[in-house]
Design a protein around this ligand. Sequence first.
Ligand SMILES: C[S@@+](CC[C@H](N)C(=O)[O-])C[C@H]1O[C@@H](n2cnc3c(N)ncnc32)[C@H](O)[C@@H]1O
Length: 433
Amino acid sequence: MKGKVSKTMVIYDTVSHPLQSSGLPVVQILEIEMPAQMLSAANVHGSNDLDMNLHLTHDDTARRNFLVAFKQRVNLTMGGEIRQLFEAAVAPDLEKLAGRKLSDTDKADRKLAKAALEETHLYKAWAALTYISQGMMWEIVDGVLNHDFARLQKAFDMINARPGKLGTLTLNPNLKLPRNISKTEIHRQPGGFCFERHDTDIMAGARYNGGGLMYSAGRGRKAVAGQSGGDFVLSVLSERYPDFKPMRILELGCGTGRNTPSYKQLLPDAVVHAIDIAPGLLRWAHAFAESEGQAVHFHQMDATALDFPNESFDLVVSHIMGHETTQRGLPMWVGEAWRVLKPGGAAFHVDVPNQTGYLKLADQVMNDWQVRFNGEPFWMGWADANLKQIMRDHGVPDDALFAEYIKRGEGGLWFCHGARKPKTWSTAGRRAA
Ligand SMILES: C[S@@+](CC[C@H](N)C(=O)[O-])C[C@H]1O[C@@H](n2cnc3c(N)ncnc32)[C@H](O)[C@@H]1O
């Protein structure tokens, strides 16, 4: 193949792109993050016997390629132009009027920046196109599912009917779901995470995966060839705590479980549990783990009120869950993660890098727009949260906690927070003398 070929492209070439059943080479999108389970999973974990990848027709592929290029243009090019406009013209004008420098951490200045940017044609165009592209994304996903969903549901039912499954799926129809998550169309996903028409429905999972792929690519995220979320977390942990060998692992907010089986694969002797509130996502996660040949125990549970006893896990992780939790829920699940950790255990939460202290005002204004109009209701609460303080409020000692940006592969930056519970920690909630 001619032209620029990225590492990610090599993956596409060798495994044949799962979203492309037409057999045509993928030439348009060279830098696109592929969540592991959107790849032909046989190449990622080695044992997949269930094809849970969406099958795209030639025309679906064309629509997908257009959408990703469109989103990249809006997110990256126009987003960059808004930043430039703000720094070069809007901020200097505001500063002249105010007679002082603007501060990136002052919410009143965020308001000033928002009011001024909203008057510009560029910002208005960015907002309109962002809105349109997100709607198009879900139309494309549903267009694929219109012809491919029956096959996916059949594959799921087949796995579900198998005797001798490796892991388990425990749904709790009596669980009181947090309404501002279960009744909100987060990411504007049709029906939201908790969409469910019958008791084996995997539609929410199918949509989440289809949309997630295009969304990440549209933000210009690159895959780290062959590296799962589990690889990332475990490699950072082993650098920090060389003596750390988790035997009981819990993932919070596992969604469709795109990272979950990798923990079991990397640590075959460990017992892996994962929870989420959304049944359609959990069904998908369970089938995916089974098809990967990995024993994982999935539970429908609220991370803010875990059913697990104190000190029952060596490692509690989450991947991009924090920014999807409410301001009230955030400190609650951080506390629950700490409660269920054994002494010597570690909590490690990976999330989107949009903390206020790190973002310029123009980006804060664009994020605030996403909260109001684009299905990201908790982004700003998350961005403004002081994770270190939340952990301290739960009694986590300062020398045990961290909240920082960590680079993942080429260009990928994540906000990670967590703590290691001192080995001498007593159940009374303090270090033993
Ligand atoms: C952006 S998704 C991330 C899913 C998955 N970890 C991934 O990396 O694709 C956030 C997930 O958090 C879950 N979630 C939000 N609040 C929760 C809560 N209180 N308890 C359990 N899960 C929750 C949502 O249902 C959703 O699956």
